[in-house]
Design a binder for this molecule. Structure first.
Ligand SMILES: Nc1ncnc2c1ncn2[C@@H]1O[C@H](COP(=O)(O)OP(=O)(O)O)[C@@H](O)[C@H]1O
Ligand SMILES: [Mg+2]
Length: 525
């Protein structure tokens, strides 16, 4: 069976074919078994009948013997009258039945009468006859050849002693042909074979039809349903037609689908609420970024006011000079040019400040890091506290672009630079270096070896960060500054922005010497 199922697997047969093949094999085995036993019984019955026949013939001859010797007590078997009567009897008998041989001998083995005239008066004692006369019983022998289904029966030989008043006087040997029996058996066999074929066809057709209705169809329905389910369609069930195992299977399957559907609905609801929460979180984050930006604007707007104040003062001076008398045309022109320059400066400052402060639409695209840093620095340059800080820029020319939003990136750089400025109240040096680098072994878990990154390195010579604070500086609201100077939001917001762009921030610091912030972004592909 294991072999058979392996074969079915190999042949990739459908359930219907498999069922039909199995039924046919079973049916064939059953029919062959029944056929074999009935043929054997039949064969045995015919043989028994034949044997009984042979025994009846012997009995007839014995009775005839008794009859012949009834009034002739003095005569022997060899007496011509007796011989003649026996021969007559055999001749009549032979006409009725067909023998191969029929021989009657006296006790010495001399043939008294036979259906073959040439044997009469000869000495003839076949082995079987001799044995039966010796044992004083009947002996039967069957001669048969080999056959496929039933042996090929040739003849039946029966020998028996003959008695007259219980005294053995001779013997009889009869050989009966079995060809008629063979004919009957073969005929029977042929009929049987025809029946097998007819039965098989009928049974296979009906069997497969019935089985298909009971088994194959529901299973096929189940299979197509599971296919639909695996494709995500949970809106279907199968009708239950019966209460048997298949019916139960289908009902439990239907129940399973029902439960799956309920679970799916629950998951979908859950997902919806998760999405909502996520959306809210994002909104809050954006708000946080915006409020941090506003806070930083507020702080350096104060610094800018001073920047705007200076040119305004000069403008006022020039206008009063212009208003006074005795200014020649040439000098007047010069004053006006200076006034124009100062106004231009104010205009630029205000425009840049507005540029930074204006809530822009968040948009991720390919951007040039060097350019954004330059813009940010130019905005910061109006800060009073920036005045005594030396900035050294080492920009890699033709730095590959990255993916990001310009105003958000500017916010990040602004935070880091402002922190550095805050850390150098007495002045110092701020180095900003940009370059492309390739990720090496063990650089971080975020990038894989060989990734191309843009690195922006901000190094200051400020007060540095205490070892125990290093872990906390990215926490929201962690600040070491006075409440009017720091919110503690700058780095946490910056980190969020950098990470949202797939980047990373690294910090190194030595208290009293300075800090280095490294920002990494993947190169835009
Ligand atoms: N370059 C730096 N040098 C020294 N300390 C720094 C530097 N950058 C950040 N810090 C520390 O990290 C803290 C958090 O910075 P940040 O999140 O920007 O908030 P804030 O600047 O409002 O305090 C700062 O208060 C400061 O103690
Ligand atoms: Mg800050």
């Amino acid at each position: 069976m294991k072999k058979a199922s392996w074969l079915f697997k190999r042949l990739d047969l459908s359930l219907r074919t498999e069922v039909i093949i199995n039924i046919s094999l079973l049916m064939l085995a059953a029919i062959l078994l029944i056929g074999f036993t009935t043929t054997k019984t039949n064969e045995k019955n015919i043989l028994q009948e034949k044997t009984k026949n042979a025994e009846a013939i012997v009995q007839d001859i014995q009775t005839f013997f008794e009859f012949v010797f009834r009034d002739r007590k003095g005569l022997t078997l060899n007496h011509p009258i007796i011989k003649e009567e026996i021969q007559d009897f055999i001749n009549i008998y032979n006409k009725e039945r067909n023998f191969y041989n029929l021989i009657i001998t006296d006790s010495d083995g001399k043939v008294i009468a036979s259906n073959k005239q040439q044997w009469v008066d000869r000495n003839f004692k076949p082995l079987l006859l001799e044995r039966s006369m010796k044992s004083n019983t009947r002996e039967i022998e069957l001669e048969k050849g080999n056959g496929l289904w039933i042996p090929e029966y040739r003849k039946l030989t029966i020998s028996s002693p003959l008695w007259i008043q219980k005294k053995m006087v001779g013997g009889v040997l009869i050989e009966l042909p079995l060809s008629d029996m063979m004919r009957r058996l073969i005929e029977y066999q042929r009929m049987f074979l025809t029946l097998i074929i007819l039965d098989s066809i009928v049974l296979i057709v009906f069997g497969s039809f019935l089985l298909s209705r009971v088994l194959v169809k529901p299973v096929k329905e189940l299979v197509s349903l599971t296919k639909k389910i695996s494709e995500g369609n949970l809106n279907q069930t199968i009708e239950v037609h019966s209460n048997n195992e298949i019916g139960q299977l289908i009902s439990s399957f239907n129940r399973m689908i029902e439960q799956l559907r309920e679970k799916q609905e629950k998951i979908e609801k859950h997902l919806e609420s998760l999405e909502l929460a996520n959306k809210k979180l994002k909104e809050t984050q954006e708000e946080l970024i915006r409020s941090e930006k506003l806070a930083s604007i507020g702080r350096f707007a104060a610094g800018v006011a001073h920047e705007v104040g200076n040119p305004l003062g000069s403008i006022l001076g020039y206008t009063s000079l212009l208003a006074s008398e005795g200014v020649d045309k040439e000098t007047g022109k010069d004053y006006l040019k200076r006034i124009e320059k100062e106004i231009e400066r104010i205009n630029r400052i205000v425009r840049e400040l507005l540029n930074y402060a204006r809530p822009t639409k968040f948009e991720i695209k390919e951007v040039e890091v060097n350019q954004i840093i330059e813009n940010t620095l130019s905005l910061l340059s109006y800060q009073k506290s920036f005045k005594n800080i030396e900035t050294r820029l080492e920009f890699q020319p033709h730095l590959p672009p990255i993916q990001g939003d310009e105003s958000q990136l500017s916010q990040v750089f602004m935070n880091i630079i402002l922190n550095a400025v805050d850390a150098m109240p007495q002045g110092g040096t701020l180095r900003i270096k940009t370059e492309e680098c390739i990720v090496g072994n063990g650089f971080s878990t975020k990038f894989s070896e060989g990734d191309r990154l843009v690195r922006i390195k901000f190094s200051d010579t400020g007060i540095g960060i205490k070892q125990e604070d290093l872990k906390k500086i990215f926490d929201p609201f962690f600040t070491t500054k006075d409440p009017d100077k720091g919110t503690g939001l700058g780095l946490s917001v910056s980190l969020r922005i950098v990470e949202s762009l797939g980047g990373e921030i690294k910090v190194e610091s030595e208290p009293g010497k300075g800090s280095t912030f490294e920002v990494y972004f993947p190169v835009s592909q």
